[in-house]
Design a protein around this ligand. Structure first.
Ligand SMILES: [Zn+2]
Length: 493
């Protein structure tokens, strides 16, 4: 891999077959946003791409959880032109086009992660950082123009960019980006919920998240073996599932999530979730054979030695350089993988199992047990033990609703000086403290209050017609910058 610097931007390149491919990466993604500004990076990307003339070679742009990239492939002079146009656009973004691009974003409706992985991240990290993956936020038409300016100034400059190329930099290549300082990144975000548990959520299929060091080769191989076993059992033996998806999410140096997502045939979510969990526990307890490990290693070696993996390797190196990690080239990594033993892999999985979170679609009640046979705890809001406060003002649904619906009879909204509580018909209690509010959607006399802990409290007039004092308390306690009118693109949920 070759290193150069052009106009202050590090350039990493290596020869690969095919036309020249370029990816201009910025160390900015959905995890750098907040609930209130969700989608702002995507808006920046659209505003920049919207300035391009019609180009006849392949080009694209995308926003992930950690990075934004502008990519193209073609003849060297086409690559030079595209990169020059993108850099100049980022230095002079047409902010007057925000409204139009917001409509385009609403139509596109893209998410920065797989929906099951996104939900698992939100469970673990709350409504912040990578946990934002599960959310749409206030909507593209509610992104403040000030947030667009701040995101541009903070992240989209030469100091926070890396260019990767699948060949030497072509003659005349310039990267005329504004200059800037690499943004300081705080310590790793706190893990809100650590211990192993399962929970129900509105997801399309079951999924599992394991917390660990993404550079831990023993854990990497253990998860590969696990995925293969799941393909063997869930797919080939039982025919319950078509795909065993895997995802890795970088959270900070030395920390990340590995997720496994299994699609399930109609009506088979429970069995698929039980098999997913049982195979994970079994592998962490009983381990794997030398042969199983060798199989996975052979697959990895094949992938590393494929010349088509060069663009992927270049991006890995670029990400490490943006976020202060140590890039290990394919040979170094293979060498380290070869030294993983079956028991080392088993131990790594057993360690990660302590943080395992299993999500299942709502209504699914899997029988899942820990390695000692005891049931895996079920997570619910407030830990299942939270009670509504005795002091505080209580609101209930209208009398007529309470007469006809036992659910309405059980619903309570309680407001005190610290925040809001909501008692649900099933006995769970959601709680949002005022100092943990990440957004308040306003719609006439109604408010929906979103908390950093993933709870949201609908103080809506249909449900609580007499809640005007609660609305007044919310408006007084939550800063105006966090309140926004409901998006014109979406009805209140
Ligand atoms: Zn809740």
């Amino acid at each position: 891999m070759n290193h150069e610097v052009i106009d202050g931007v590090p350039v990493l390149w290596a020869e690969a077959p095919g036309p020249l491919e370029a990816a201009l990466l910025f160390g900015c993604g959905a995890r750098d946003e907040s609930f209130r500004t969700l989608g702002v990076t995507h808006l920046v990307e659209h505003l920049a791409m919207g300035t391009l003339p019609r180009l006849h070679h392949e080009h694209n742009a995308s926003v992930g959880l950690t990075t934004t990239e502008f990519t193209c492939s073609g003849r060297p002079e086409q690559v030079v032109e595209f990169l020059g146009l993108v850099c100049r656009a980022l230095g002079a973004l047409p902010l007057e086009r925000i409204e139009r691009e917001a409509g385009v974003l609403a139509a596109e409706g893209g998410m920065s992660a797989d929906p099951v992985t996104g939900e698992l991240l939100s469970h673990r990290y709350g409504v912040q950082g990578v946990g934002l993956a599960a959310y749409q936020g206030p909507g593209p038409d509610r992104i403040p123009v000030e947030a667009v300016r701040e995101t541009l100034a903070r992240y989209f400059h030469a100091g926070n960019a890396v260019l990767v190329l699948t060949g030497p930099p072509p003659a005349g290549l310039r990267l005329p980006l504004p200059s800037g300082e690499r943004p300081p990144r705080g310590a790793t975000q706190p893990v809100l919920r650590g211990g192993a548990a399962w929970y129900q959520e509105n997801v399309p299929s079951p999924g599992l998240a394991l917390h660990g060091d993404l550079d831990d080769d023993a854990l990497f191989l253990a998860v590969e073996v696990l995925a293969n076993r799941l393909r063997e059992t869930v797919r080939h033996q039982h025919g319950l599932s078509y795909d065993v998806g895997r995802d890795t999410v970088f959270v900070g140096p030395g920390q990340g999530e590995r997720t496994l997502v299994l699609d399930a045939r109609e009506g088979q979510d429970q069995r698929v979730a039980e098999l997913l969990w049982a195979e994970t526990v079994r592998l962490a307890r009983d381990g794997m054979s030398e042969q199983e490990l060798a199989e996975e290693l052979a697959g990895v070696r094949e992938a590393f030695q494929d010349p088509r993996s060069t663009p992927f390797e270049l991006r890995e190196a670029a990400a490490e350089s943006l976020f202060g990690g140590d890039y290990r080239d394919a040979d170094t990594r293979l060498d380290s993988l070869t030294r993983v033993t079956p028991d080392g892999a088993r131990q790594a999985l057993a360690q990660a199992l302590r943080t395992a979170v299993l999500v299942v679609p709502c209504g699914t009640e899997p029988d899942v047990r820990q390695s000692d046979g005891t049931p895996l705890p079920k997570y619910s809001c407030g830990g299942g033990g939270q009670r509504l406060p005795a002091a505080g003002r209580t609101f209930r649904p209208p009398l007529l609703a309470r007469l006809f619906s036992s659910n309405a009879r059980r619903i309570r909204l309680v407001v005190d000086e610290a925040g809001l509580w909501m008692g649900h018909p099933d006995g769970t209690v959601c709680h949002v403290r005022y100092d943990e509010v990440v957004g308040v959607e306003t719609d006439g006399p109604s408010r929906v209050v979103f908390g950093r802990n993933s709870c949201f409290i609908p103080v809506v007039s249909d449900l609580f017609p007499d809640a005007a004092p609660a609305v007044a308390a919310i408006d007084a306690a939550v800063p105006e910058s966090l309140r926004y009118p409901v998006s014109a693109f979406r009805p209140t949920e």
